[in-house]
Design a protein around this ligand. Structure first.
Ligand code: G3H
Ligand code: 13P
Ligand code: ZN
Length: 309
């Protein structure tokens, strides 16, 4: 099956009340695990590649691995640049066969973010590539933080409307309380659903994206810690909140940390049981299986399982 753009996946997701999973890939085992999971669960898929992943595995290798997946799996797959940080990087990825890019100018002042996104949109659109942008900053917010402090960090719904009109971007990553990595909330996990409602009222029918959506499941944290780790438990986004967002206009949900934890917990377990193991297949194989199981589980949380065709 040929690669698809995120645009066609989002159209169906909006109508269907589910979100497409966007999973980060860095090597062959991770790609195989995600693609097999999506194929078995009959779910459309976004494979996303960060700047760091592209530097680690190299563009050509990742694209060939994804081509192999497309040859063997009967699945619509979009290939997306995660957190592009410059026009040049987005251009390289578009020229190199990505079907979707994110330009992340969320750290820039409003007008500068707009100018950068617009520059990428002007290059991407004539080439049929949709662009994701981000407004607001993904930061863990502690419970006692005031409303005005929250407003300064989270996505402002009025600004969001102006932002998409002025940039022409195709989807928008919003800041409503999630953050990247394994340490998301100090106190109770909380997402600003009122703000999300308001954003989707201001942007009817417009695809929204949720970054930092890993749930940091306690059993994997516990497994990592069993062998000498010190990861704190249960700091992720509760999965019922992810399902709730996926039923709204959130069409793309980014998950990386949960896959990393599943992979790492499994590899650590193998070495704990067999400290003298040195055949990479003996630890990367079980790790691939663990990622696959995690992805299958997430596809159900997102409501995208069974949505192929
Ligand atoms: O949001 C970032 C993703 O988890 C990718 O992380 O930049 O370490 O590849 P990375
Ligand atoms: P997590 O760190 O919560 O998995 O988020 C991943 C992400 O947003 C990638 O862009
Ligand atoms: Zn992200």
């Amino acid at each position: 099956m040929p690669k698809v753009s995120t645009g066609e996946l989002f159209e169906k997701a909006l109508g269907g009340g589910y979100a497409v999973g966007a999973f980060n890939v860095n090597n062959m085992e991770i790609i195989q695990a995600i693609v097999e999971a999506a194929e078995e669960e009959k779910a459309p898929l976004i494979l996303q590649i960060s700047k760091g992943a592209r530097q680690y595995a190299r563009h050509e290798y990742l694209m060939k691995l994804i081509e192999a997946a497309l040859e063997t799996a009967d699945l619509p797959i979009a290939v997306h640049l995660d957190h592009g940080d410059s026009f040049e990087l987005c251009k390289d990825c578009i020229d190199g066969g990505f079907t979707s890019v994110m330009i992340d100018g969320s750290h820039l002042p409003f007008d500068e973010n707009i100018a950068l996104v617009k520059k990428v949109v002007d290059y991407a659109h004539p080439r049929g590539v949709p662009v994701e942008a981000e407004l607001g900053r993904l930061a863990g917010i502690e419970e006692h933080v005031s409303v005005s402090e929250r407003d300064a960090v989270f996505t402002n719904p009025d600004q969001a409307k102006e932002f998409i009109e002025r940039t022409g971007c195709d989807s928008l990553a919003v800041a409503i309380g999630t953050s990247h990595g394994a340490y998301k909330f100090k106190g109770e996990a909380k997402l600003d659903f009122e703000r999300l409602e308001e954003i989707q009222e201001k942007l009817p029918g417009f695809p929204l994206v949720l970054h930092g959506a890993s749930s940091v499941l306690p059993e994997f944290v516990k497994e990592c810690n069993k062998y000498g780790g010190e990861l704190p438990g249960a700091q992720g986004v509760p999965e019922e909140m992810i399902s709730r967002a996926a039923a709204m206009n959130v069409c793309k949900v980014n998950i990386d940390t949960d896959l990393r934890l599943a992979m790492t917990a499994t590899i650590r377990k193998v070495f704990a049981q067999k400290p003298d193991e040195f055949d990479p297949r003996k630890y990367l194989g079980p790790a691939r299986e663990a990622i696959k199981n995690m992805v299958k589980h997430k596809l159900h949380i997102l409501g995208v399982a069974g949505k192929l065709g």
